[in-house]
Design a protein around this ligand. Structure first.
Ligand code: ZN
Ligand code: ZN
Length: 316
């Protein structure tokens, strides 16, 4: 069971995300910023550094967080200490985690653990995104978009500047002591950076829009993929076989008998309680009625006694 994204096995996507971050950050600081005048470079550099710090912090938090279902951790601890867990609270049992899990849990085949409020397994972070780290993930992709826009914007500014404005070209020659050939290589590097970062910016913007839409629909990424696969599977049976190779076949769950028994018990006891309540109110009404009747009898007796004594006085 993998507890967080820093645990092995490390995913190649994760390594490439680190390489990309290092590479583009280095290109920005070493090659892009010196192309500007000092006051401009300080301003752009300060803003970029602020967002980069935030991005690295969020990236670390998202990778380091452990979104494992607390019920699984509880179950494991209980097994080690040989104590029992209050199983009545959990509706299902995961055969792979060998413990009770929460209703919204999903077993991740990459991390081999059940995740509460499972959204998806992120290969770039090598960690699951679930209830615990979803908001950090949302902030992370938002800050990433700002950083990418800054790199694309700065790079495009340099390219436009080299073509139109002589200042940037002069800065390059002065700051780097570039020859004409080196300037051409420099422009090629900036071009490639702008294209690659531009593509990632568009892809990341699509991801952000997808998550906004999923939130609006109240759906997780996993449910969305599952829905898409099912729609595809209904088109052709061949696709159905192909489509079921991922997580959706990974439903290693069985119903928790203690949970359903408990639910029936709760329902029965609720019904019984309701019956008792109605019985109580009925008997209360009966009691009040009998009290009224008794009071009436007493008044009648009192009246007849008064009448009787008045008659006796009259006859005397
Ligand atoms: Zn599990
Ligand atoms: Zn996972």
């Amino acid at each position: 069971m993998r507890k967080n994204g820093f645990r092995r096995p490390i995913n190649p996507y994760q390594v490439s995300s680190w390489v990309f971050t290092f590479l583009f950050t280095a290109i920005f600081y070493i090659l892009m910023l010196p192309a500007f005048q000092v006051d401009q470079a300080v301003l752009i550099g300060a803003a970029f550094s602020m967002f980069l710090t935030l991005f690295l912090m969020l990236g670390f938090l998202c990778t380091y967080s452990d979104p494992t279902d607390p019920a699984v951790i509880q179950g494991l601890q209980a097994r080690i200490k040989s104590i029992s867990v209050d199983a009545k609270k959990y509706p299902k049992i995961c055969k792979l985690c060998r413990t009770h899990v929460s209703a919204g849990s999903k077993h991740c085949r990459f991390c081999n653990r059940c995740v509460n409020g499972f959204d998806h397994h992120c290969k770039w972070l090598n960690n699951c995104i679930g209830k615990k780290n979803y908001s950090t993930f949302a902030k992370l992709i938002s800050v990433l978009e700002i950083i990418l826009i800054m790199i694309v914007g700065t790079g495009s500014g340099i390219l436009a500047g080299v073509l139109e404005d002589k200042d940037i070209k002069q800065n390059l020659i002065q700051n780097f002591n570039f020859s004409e050939l080196l300037i051409k290589i420099y422009i090629a590097i900036i071009c490639i950076t702008v294209i690659i970062c531009g593509i990632i910016t568009i892809a990341n913007a699509q991801l952000i829009l997808l998550h906004i839409w999923l939130n609006y629909k109240g759906m997780s990424t996993y449910e969305y993929i599952l829905k898409k696969r099912k729609a595809k599977a209904s088109v052709s049976s061949e696709n159905a076989v192909k489509g079921y190779s991922l997580n959706e076949m990974y439903e290693p769950y069985e119903e928790n008998p203690e949970y359903s028994k408990d639910q029936t018990m709760v329902e029965n006891s609720q019904a019984h309680h309701k019956q008792n309540l109605s019985f109580d109110s009925q008997s209360e009404a009966n009691f009040e009625e009998s009290m009224k009747f008794e009071k009436k009898c007493l008044t009648e007796a009192k009246n007849s006694l008064e009448h009787h004594s008045a008659n006796r006085l009259a006859s005397a």
